[in-house]
Every structure is written in C-alpha cells, then in structure tokens.
Ligand binder design. Sequence first.
Ligand code: FAD
Ligand code: MLT
Ligand code: ZN
Length: 492
Amino acid sequence: YTSDFYPGIKRNPNFARLTPEHVSFFKSLLGSASGLVDGVSTDATEDIEPYNVDWMRKYRGRATLVLKPESTEQVSRILTYCNNNMLAVVPQGGNTGLVGGSVPVFDEIVINLQRMNKIRSFDDVSGILVADAGVVLEVADNYLAERNHMFPLDLGAKGSCQIGGNVATNAGGLRLIRYGSLHGNVLGVEAVLPDGTILDDLSKLRKNNTGYDIKQLFIGGEGTIGIITGISVFCPQRSTAVNVAYFALDSYKKVQEAFKEAKTQLSEILSAFELMDGNSQKIVSQVRGRKLPLESEAPFYCLIETSGSNTDHDSQKLENFLENVMSSEIVSDGVLAQDQTQIGDLWSCREGIPECLGHWGGVYKYDLSIPITELYDLVTATRGRLDAAGLMSASDKSLPVVDAVGYGHMGDSNLHLNVATRRYDKKVEEALEPFVYEWVAERDGSVSAEHGLGIAKKDYIGYSRNETMVKLMKQIKDLYDPKGIMNPYKYI
Ligand code: FAD
Ligand code: MLT
Ligand code: ZN
C-alpha cells in the first residue's frame, strides 16, 4: 500500500510485517518493564501516537511497535534480529527533527533511545564528555554547567532533543559561529550497524589522523547507516560573563554592516549573531501576547550574545559596540540585558519563533545556506510570489498563507525561510517548490543547512549535491545497510 502522508511512496514489499512471534522475541529480550510500547499486544501502557508523528504534525507513520533499549548490547541484538527477519526500523531520539526523518513512513519499528540516558564519564582537564546517545541535550548541558563546562551546541529544542539525535542530524544551533560544528567537536562515536555489529570508535582524542574518519558518516547521517549509542564530545569551558543585546535596523544592508562591526569590535567574545525579521517578531508578540523588547517597529532585529571571562570588560565592550553602531546610524534602536531574566527574555524573542509560527496550523520550513550578501533577498522574492499568486493574507482567513518570514543564524549564513499557513495546500507548495530550491542552487547554496533531508527534502538533494556525490552516498548506504532496513524511504 501507499502511505496516506506520502502518496508517491510505496511500502517495500521485501520488508516483513510484524507478527506476534516477533513481538514475543522483543519482549523476551527487553523484559516487560523495558519501555516497550506495543500497539499489538494487550499490555500497552503508553500511547503510541507521539512516536508516529513529528514535531510539526506534518509527517505520520503507522508503527505498531516502539522499542526502548537500555544498552548497546540490546540495540545490537534488536538489529541482528531485525536484519535477519527483514524488519525495517527507524532510529528516534527526542523526535524534534524538522524534516520528518525521525518517524516511520509505514510500519517500521521505532527504536527510541530515551532509556540510554547515562553520562559515562567527564574529564574536567580535557573537557571531554562521554555519554549515552539518549541523554537529553539540556540534561547534558546542566551536568556540564555544574563542572564549569558547556555542551558545544545549543538550540530551542534542548529540553527534548537527545545528544545522539543532535549528532545524527549534525545540528548547528545558536552558537556555531563560536564553537563550530559537531563534525569538529564530536571526537568519537559508538554505533550499531544494521547487522548488529557494534562499531566502537569512542575515541577521546582531539587529533587522530589514522585513515578514514568513519565516525563522520554517522554525524549528519540521519540514522540511515546505523544507530548511534554513545558519543564522546569536546566541551568548552563555560563562560562566566554572558551578555546579550537586541537591536533594530532599517535595512538588510545595515544588518550586514552591524555583523561586520560585531566581528571587528567584539571579535573573540562574540558567541551568537542571530537575525529576526520584523514579521517574525510581530508574530512572537501576537501569539505570545507580549510586548517586544523595543518600542520602535523595524524591518529587522538582531540578537548578539557575547561570552567571555570578565564581566566588566565584556559588558563595557558590548555597550561600546552598541553606542558606536547607533551613533553611526547602522542600528536604529537597541537594548542591553541587565540580568539573567532579561537575557532569557531577549533570547525567547528569537527561540520562540518556530513554535509561534505553528500557531495557525502548519508551516512550510526552508533551512538554507545562502551567500550572506543575498541571504534576505529570498524572503522578499518569496513574499512577492505568494502575494502575486493571491495566496497570502494576515487577515483574510480564506487564504491559506498567513505570513512568510525570515530569521536564522546570520553568523553562519543560514536563513530559515518559514511560511506560516492556516492549512497545508497544494497551491502553496507549488508556489514554493521548486522555486526556493532553484533560487538557492543558482547561488551555490544548500537546500539543507542544518536540519538534514529526512523525507521532506528527499527529492531535492540534487539541488545541492551532484550525481557523483549522490552515487557515492548510495554506495555507502549499500555497504553499511545491504538489506536497506535502516530508516528506509528517507533521503537515500
Ligand atoms: P530526532 O528528531 O528524534 O531524529 C532526527 C534524525 O536523527 C532522524 O533521522 C532519526 O532517525 C535520527 N536519529 C535520532 N537519534 C539517533 C541515533 N541515536 N542514532 C542514529 N540516528 C538517530 N536544528 C538545528 O540544527 N539548529 C537549531 O537551531 C534547531 N532548533 C530547533 C528548534 C526547535 C523548537 C525544534 C523543534 C527543532 C530544532 N532543530 C534545530 C531541529 C533539530 O534537528 C533537532 O531539534 C535535533 O537535532 C534533533 O534531535 P532529536 O533527538 O530530537 O532527534
Ligand atoms: C531555529 O533556528 O530556530 C531552528 O533551526 C528551528 C527552525 O528553523 O524553525
Ligand atoms: Zn536554526
């Protein structure tokens, strides 16, 4: 049969259907208190729905079984059995991914890592953390905070996403500009291959040039070649002085000037430079029923964070920066957080955008790398297109689109173009795709900067990767997963 949610995709008939015998095997392996959620057995204690639907409620599968192993050994035995019995699986962390990669398409068994949640070790001299894949990002970061360190990644879903899921998506987040990508910070990976082989590459070395760096394939692999069960990660010292400023600008040209000034004047203490357009901030204000930090309305806002070791010195630097950019009329208005509560409040204007955009029903999300000088032009072009097609209105409820906004990680040239809709509508999709992808490809950008491809971008990989690259990816997939049981129907 074909999936209701993906009419174009057919279930692979080579995959077996789940039988009571299979379920009995998993029960005997994991035990009754193992967190097994079983839509076919009689002792189901938990609702299976949250494991079948993604965060956006856009993608939905029909798994009847969710397995929650507690150890790498159990993951290995599950996969050996699935591989031998042609049972397809989907690895799942916190299920906060934004490309439909973490939920089944048909009846794949969900293997959720939430019970593998132990910190294995931390060395406060080297700053290297070794932990199970299922540790929630915020839990890992709080553990590190008590030891004056921090996880080298932060993002709005930190309370639910898991560090294994972060590594599997190669999430970028809010401070990549300062701490770099997980491709650099993850030093080792422990993973289980589809045939049950445990790949132990849990190195704690920062330097290790001994042949191919195989763990890199798991970082951003989106669960297509194996299940990550543990990681070792290099964690920086936590800064004792964190300062945040939020300011308004009249044009995207001025945003670029402010960014250049921030790099020059704040250099080594700059830890985030985020962009929010005026429409995204209006939506946060409207949906949350809150005042924005600045009285004046502007087409663009930016949030800057600095992290250093000397509070007086750092806040003086940020104050000077703000004075300079205001007196040179790059910035029209600005505010500096005075305490921890205000820091949280300014950040919530940025981090709250994704949730607020979902207020009307659905969101078309595009996560793009674009040369920085042209980054915002795409939002303008997209708004023009939706207007011309008569699809967008903030007030006319008969039209599908409420608004199209741009925000994102300016410091990394990563734009989030989001179209908030009252309902998913074929006409809107046709106005946006492949238009957005073509626009990005013409500028040698990327159709997925940090969220991955999952199922949402499955058909668009060709806009950012040439035939040779895609062919090599397929060969790698076949080498690691010859029976194709690992997260099937997704991008590869
Ligand atoms: P899931 O959603 O469960 O899984 C994601 C993918 O990884 C799936 O393909 C899944 O099969 C695979 N996977 C999960 N765990 C494993 C494992 N142990 N082994 C192998 N494969 C696995 N992303 C950014 O990059 N930057 C942001 O700033 C950002 N902000 C976000 C804000 C919000 C509010 C939300 C909802 C999402 C945001 N994201 C962001 C998306 C981001 O990808 C996820 O939040 C996070 O990285 C996914 O982790 P997870 O544990 O929820 O993984
Ligand atoms: C963000 O930066 O807020 C995330 O990547 C989520 C999103 O794109 O909406
Ligand atoms: Zn982002």
